[in-house]
Design a protein. Sequence first.
Length: 132
Amino acid sequence: FNAPSILSGTVLDKETIAGLEFLRENSSTADNVLADPVYGHAVAFVSQRKVLSDLMVEYANEFKLMDSYRFLLESDYSVLSKYSISYVLNKPDKINRNAWQLYELEGRSRIEFDKLDKIFSNKSLFIHSVRK
């Protein structure tokens, strides 16, 4: 029986946990991760990696949150170099604009980044590696 895990009020399904464990096992502790901000806590604790923004903490940096969303929504690749991002973690088809509501994408069925290499994919998460 595989029950979902709860981390800081967020339910993580087994596919999400598999992606977070993959990131932990296939990246360095020196790597920076741009994740959908609602997954910031999970990346920090399950993957044990530095994350650009974390929507589950009261001290989340407003500019880093805005930059995270700018990359996820607009594919603004300058955000990746600004923060020395090594990996991007996102849901395949939705963005969490706040901790309680998913943002439906208009005109896009998948969140893909043509200048990044997809290294993990399942129904819950995509993980992309930033090309050096």
